[in-house]
Design a protein around this ligand. Structure first.
Ligand code: SF4
Ligand code: SF4
Length: 152
């Protein structure tokens, strides 16, 4: 198995709602993917956490959307450039997951990618706001750079 795939199978943040809240789709992808990705009538995106995510694997990997094929986070790029070992990259993923768990704990909700979205609702506690600010910095530094959370 390719090392990059090993990293992604240990992560899943670009599919589970941690980095993005949707997967944009092009018109040609709708006939094949709209059912499995549960695309709403008339929509051109799937919601995240992605319905095709099973554990940390993609059920439609061979036919995954162009958006998914193109996306490479900073950590994956650094790993592929041999700037970060697989163990080092997996450690970054683990520490990010630990930060996400702190957000979930502060919100009193189950830990999942959706906690990132929940933490942006009005009226969250200061503890949750602080935790999500730390998580946001980690996501920007290791995964997204200048990219916004909504745009791939
Ligand atoms: S966020 Fe990066 S490392 Fe994680 S699954 Fe996506 S591309 Fe792979
Ligand atoms: S289609 Fe596959 S690769 Fe794309 S977001 Fe969903 S689970 Fe991830």
């Amino acid at each position: 198995m390719h090392a990059a795939v090993s990293l992604c199978l240990a992560c899943g943040f670009c599919c589970d709602g941690t980095l993005f809240d949707r997967v944009p789709l092009v018109e040609d992808e709708l006939p094949l993917l709209s059912s499995v990705l549960q695309v709403a009538p008339g929509a051109h995106h799937a919601r995240q956490p992605c319905p095709a995510l099973e554990g940390r694997s993609c059920r439609v990997y061979a036919e995954r959307p162009l958006t998914c094929r193109r996306f490479r986070c900073l950590l994956l790029e650094a790993h592929e450039a041999d700037e970060v070992s697989l163990a080092g990259a997996v450690e970054v993923v683990a520490s990010t997951r630990a930060l996400r768990a702190k957000v979930a704990e502060a919100l009193g909700v189950p830990d999942a990618g959706t906690v990132v979205e929940a933490a942006r609702a009005p009226g969250v506690s200061q503890a949750a706001a602080d935790a999500v600010a730390r998580l946001d910095r980690q996501l920007a530094f290791h995964f997204l750079g200048q990219r916004s959370r909504r745009a791939r």
